[in-house]
Write a protein that binds this ligand. Sequence first.
Ligand SMILES: [Zn+2]
Length: 161
Amino acid sequence: MYCLDREQWQNYVGKFAVEHFLPVSSHPEQQTDYDNLVYACVSCNLTKAQGHVPDPTQVLLAGTVVVHDDGRMEARTKEAAKLIDKLLLNSEECRAFRRRWISIIRLAQEHSRELYRELMGYPADLPDLSRLRPPGGNSRPQGIEQSHGARRQRGELPEIY
Ligand SMILES: [Zn+2]
């Protein structure tokens, strides 16, 4: 969500987790609020910790940030710049990681459509949300039909994202 890392690029479980956008320590009432949950890599989650940052679902969008070939993220708004700065998204490590993956994806795109789909597609094991029972019940049962798993079952999920 923050650094542009993807599950499909990792080889171990636990690299990604559901993060509380507003920390539970200061907003315990929002611990299970769907709008307060962000899927993020552990590194971004640890960097953010208990801090308050701009909402990535609002400020890290195609029109507000550009990712250059050298891996650098360029903010087009003050809020995007603030988020990039606070989460160290332009650290040498983050830029090198993105630069490497941009090159790998370009090679896959040119030489292996199958590998390209694997790297840029959704995970094979998307959860079936209709089978899950969150604590306190599902406050948005209508969202199940819009989930990626349900869209894949209907053949409506794009091949890549
Ligand atoms: Zn991250």
